[in-house]
Write a protein that binds this ligand. Structure first.
Ligand code: MRU
Length: 364
């Protein structure tokens, strides 16, 4: 049978060649090209240029990427101190590639902790531990997204119309995605959903990625321009909205792809539940509210000329191009995590989610 995008790993480690392997998402859906990256600067570029993108996938790529770099550093380092000085520089460098998705820092911090804890061991054992952690971060993502899918599925029923914004799909994670996880798990159980995918200006993650992967999976997906969401909602075609996120603050405010907050406001207008799907790795309890979330600004050409045969805006016009916006927690019906669904007031319910997480960790 012909391979589809679902048969490729979004992010992986090539053990033999010590390389980070990603699908180059800037080439989708036209061609599926795998990149094998061994160079740190190329890893940074891959994250910055959105060759690998989506909060969980960025985290996994950073974990594998810094492991690949650690192997290289260990080849010449004569002591742990020498090794760790290069490792810490690489960690900070990768961490600077994109500011909004907390998973980048979360994954690099996990790898950093492992390196520091192993400081007394020979470098080959340090590498062994870093390898284990990178693989665990990748495998964990699959389990976490599946669990989000199962909780998410309890919120909807067979035949529902669902709307999503950007790509919080398999291409944004390792498998299942977050916002798409209830759709994939529902499909496994024989459910049929009518899915609306916002095209997501300016980088078209909805058109190029979400509609591509859901269509390849054989789902009923309809692509709409961002400014059509209100119309399909008013028509009564949407029973629930599922979106992903890049960082959830302690009060439940959630940063996600630019345009998400408009969808949330529309959903409220039409009385449609609006769910944010967030692994606990995306919830940043150290950030009190959305006001403190740093929003990435990107270059004007993404709006003025990218995708067009010729420039579509006057030369010299001012452009504002934030990559993300913050959805006020008051617009969010529930935050679906791998430990259950948090409901307002989020300051308390998110605390409970983390309490459950640490209880389950202790049992293990
Ligand atoms: O700029 P991108 O494509 O990395 O933005 C991605 C999103 O906004 C996703 O919705 C978010 O990272 C969640 S992915 C599960």
């Amino acid at each position: 049978m012909k391979k589809t995008i679902l048969d490729y790993d979004t992010v992986d480690l090539d053990e033999e060649n010590n390389a980070l392997v990603i699908i180059d998402q800037t080439k989708l859906p036209g061609s599926i090209e795998l990149l094998k990256i061994t160079d740190l600067k190329e890893m940074w570029d891959a994250i910055f240029l959105l060759k690998v993108r989506g909060a969980p996938a960025i985290g996994v790529a950073a974990a594998i990427g810094i492991y690949v770099e650690a192997v290289r550093l260990a080849e010449t380092a004569k002591s742990f101190e020498e090794f760790y000085s290069g490792f810490a520089k690489a960690r900070d460098y990768l961490d600077s590639a994109r500011p909004t998705a907390v998973n980048l820092n979360w994954a690099l911090s996990r790898m950093d902790e492992v390196a520091k804890r192993a400081s007394e061991l020979p470098l080959k054992d340090v590498l062994e531990k870093l390898h284990r952690e990178a693989i665990e971060i990748r495998e964990e993502d699959i389990r976490v997204c599946r669990s989000i899918g199962e909780y998410g599925l309890t919120l909807i029923k067979d035949g529902d119309g669902l709307l999503t914004h950007c790509n919080a799909g398999k291409l944004a994670a390792v498998k299942y995605g977050t916002a798409t996880a209830p759709m994939y798990i529902g499909q496994e159980k024989g459910y049929h959903f009518r899915i609306f995918s916002d095209e997501t200006r300016p980088l078209l993650q909805g058109a190029r990625l979400t509609s591509f992967e859901l269509h390849s999976a054989g789902m009923d997906v309809t692509l709409i321009c961002d400014n059509m969401a209100g119309s399909v909602m008013r028509n009564g075609w949407v029973n629930a909205v599922f979106v992903g996120c890049d960082r959830v603050a302690a009060n439940g405010d959630a940063a996600n792809k630019i345009g998400t907050s408009m969808v949330a406001a529309l959903a409220k207008q039409y009385n449609i539940p609006f769910y944010v799907c967030a692994p606990t790795s995306t919830i940043d309890m150290a950030t009190p509210s959305g006001d403190e979330i740093r929003i990435e600004q990107r270059k004007p050409e993404e709006i003025t000329e990218m995708w067009y045969e010729r420039r579509m805006a006057p030369n010299g016009v001012k452009v504002y191009n934030p990559a993300f916006d913050v959805t006020d927690s008051s617009l969010i019906t529930g935050i679906v995590t791998e430990y259950g669904i948090a409901r307002p007031p989020y300051a308390e319910s998110l605390e409970r989610i983390f309490a459950k997480k640490s209880e389950e960790k202790q049992v293990k």
